[in-house]
Write a protein that binds this ligand. Sequence first.
Ligand SMILES: Nc1ncnc2c1ncn2[C@@H]1O[C@H](COP(=O)(O)OP(=O)(O)OP(=O)(O)O)[C@@H](O)[C@H]1O
Ligand SMILES: [Mg+2]
Length: 818
Amino acid sequence: MMMERDPAGEAEIRAEIGGDPDGGGPGIEVVETPDLEEAIREQEGKPLPQALPILPLKSTVTYPDTLTPLAVGQPRSIKLVNDVLSGERTLVMVASRDPESDEPRPDDLYEVGVVGVVARMLKVPDGTLRILVQGTQRVRIGDYVAEEPYLVARIEELPDVAEPSPELDALTRNVQNTFSSIIEGIPYLPEELQLAVANVDDPSALCHLIAGAMRISTEEKQELLEEVDVVKRLRRLSEILARELEVVQLGSKIQSQVQSEMEKGQREYFLREQLKAIQEELGEGDERQAEVNELRDRIEQAGLPEHARAAADRELSRLERLPPAAAEYGVIRTYLEWLVELPWKEQSEDDLDIAHAREVLDADHYDLEKVKERILEYLAVRRLKPDSPGPILCFVGPPGVGKTSLGKSIARALGRKFQRISVGGVRDEAEIRGHRRTYIGAMPGTIVRALRDAGSRNPVFMIDEIDKMGADFRGDPASAMLEVLDPAQNNSFRDHYLDLEFDLSDVLFIATANFLDPIPIPLQDRMEVIQLAGYTLDEKLHIAKQYLVPRQIEENGLRPSQIEFSDSALTAIADEYTREAGVRNLERQIGTVCRKIARDVAEGKLEGKARISAKRVRELLGPRKFFAEQKRRTKDPGVATGLAWTPVGGEVLFVEATAMGGSGNLTITGQLGDVMKESAQAALSWVRGHQSELAPDLPEDWFSKHDVHVHVPSGAVPKDGPSAGVAMATALASLVSGRPVANDVAMTGEITLTGQVLPIGGVKEKSLAAQRAGIKRVIVPERSKGDVEEIPDHEREDLEYVYVSELGEVLECALHGG
Ligand SMILES: Nc1ncnc2c1ncn2[C@@H]1O[C@H](COP(=O)(O)OP(=O)(O)OP(=O)(O)O)[C@@H](O)[C@H]1O
Ligand SMILES: [Mg+2]
């Protein structure tokens, strides 16, 4: 038997009860006190009865001076209300400590309650009652005199204790103010309450009004009811209000955050709609449609293969459905632009006229016979069998020997577009193959970009610096390159960004490298390597006269009638101002001379024709930069001239050996690799083994009393390989025998401990380097003779080759005296 505060709330109850005079519809009976105020006055007049029926309240507390609606459902409470209504209409409302119990016992109830007069009663068809009770005074519950049919107990009045004081006033005002700050933030508090609170003067009644309205715990409510000291009660209430205020403020902060999020979204939507309206007003509403239409036309014309067309259509219809301000819109548009700009069907007709190709190649390049032959063969095969997959050419050679410019010539000869990419330093596979479109700022890889730039699906495509590709955690670009260059796979090359297959099989790929070794073997296997070794001085002169000088004259705005280079001038430039296998620096220095003359022309200082002699070159270019050093170097015993092969061409290399007092140690310096150090060890062992023949005058224990130091200058340049073995042995032999090495001899070859001389590579580059250095005789292994014979006659006419198979023969040729 329980009274519950009606969950629907006060206002509704009031309306229900006071609303319809007929009782609110069929089955609802309203029992009403004729005049509540009179009834209360009646009660106030009378002394309080000794005992009154007790109505237990579930989860609520009522207060004096307040009107409280209650729902009555338990049979014993219904009986109680009915009995009370037929008598004095007075009862005592007491809160229960146990909100779970339907029929609490006296022990379950608090000891302080409120006397109330039932103002109205309403019978609900389900048999329960709604009553409206006016609280009148606080009482203490004494002994229970009856428990059946409902509880009845003795009661004792419990009046307020209040002395007017400034503190009381201050507390009263504080509570009023705090409450009025709270009320707006709490939706369940009716607005009228604000006015009511402002108008209540009596501090005790104020407390009751507010405490009754707030949804705080039953314990707190009861605490406020039981506190007879009004000052203390007000203090307690203001604490509670302060806490509630904090909750309200926090709540409104959260609310405003949520709201501003929502408002932002709404604002954007709103602005977008406005933008649309403005665009329509300006006649631009169709701009997007126009863009979509334009893309559609371009897709139509791009001649996309089926799979690409399907993708393009799909993306276009996604584009149509997106607002242009969406980030995705831009992404899709960019993607579609890439799709339509790719040369899916554009291609050039190959000019397979071999005579014409020959003309073009000759017009652009001096000599390079072997390379040109190979290119013409390629054209011939294409002509006979147009759909055979072409070879991938790979030009390997030092800088400036014409690799790139040959590629351009091939394109010109075939009538194809030329496109060049450099993969030097590329470590990330995505640079070749692109990033997936899910990346911000994703782009196709360099292959697809170059194809778009070429505007043709069958360009000559030069991949520069393929030997300088790296690899790291971002993937292996070489394996992507492999796919590009493999004729079995490259008809379905897939760029990550496009995510569509593109047929690369008609592209003519030419790779270039300075160095064959670093190119991964699987890549080498797919390419046909063509070596370009470098030029002799004589060849350089021809190239300069026929190609470089005319080009530099033109590039510097001169006329052929204004400047002329003599052969000696060009020789001086090549010999004294450059040391290279190719002709790039030669061209640059010629350019420098031309520029200086151009300045004279511009300043009006030039009369007639500038004739450039060797002397003039030295005036214009300043002190010479390179010297032939080997004569000076090999004056003393212990120095031999070796020949090395480097990625930038052949190089002359001096091996120096010296001895000092010690205990038979060998020191090796000059940034040498392990293989080269081992050559030095082997050379020393051989020389020690042959001490008696090489230096009969030295004491037998000479080596165990001396330390030997082998040094190869140009220390900053790392050197490796076995081919300096012969030069090292010669330097050591020269040292111990005291016989200097002939200054016009250079040598190359690997040695064994038994003094055999083994063949080595790079013979052509090495002999070119020897020529540049002014060497007359070159000692090479017998078994490298074939390599020497491959060098065109005119490139070796200045050199004498001495073929050897044993160190003894080397020393015989190289050492003076003896
Ligand atoms: N045989 C030749 N005949 C005419 N000109 C040449 C010849 N060889 C090279 N050249 C010229 O030398 C210059 C440098 O050549 P190119 O740029 O092709 O060098 P490269 O081999 O590609 O060098 P790198 O390895 O540094 O890229 C070009 O201007 C080229 O025309
Ligand atoms: Mg190049």
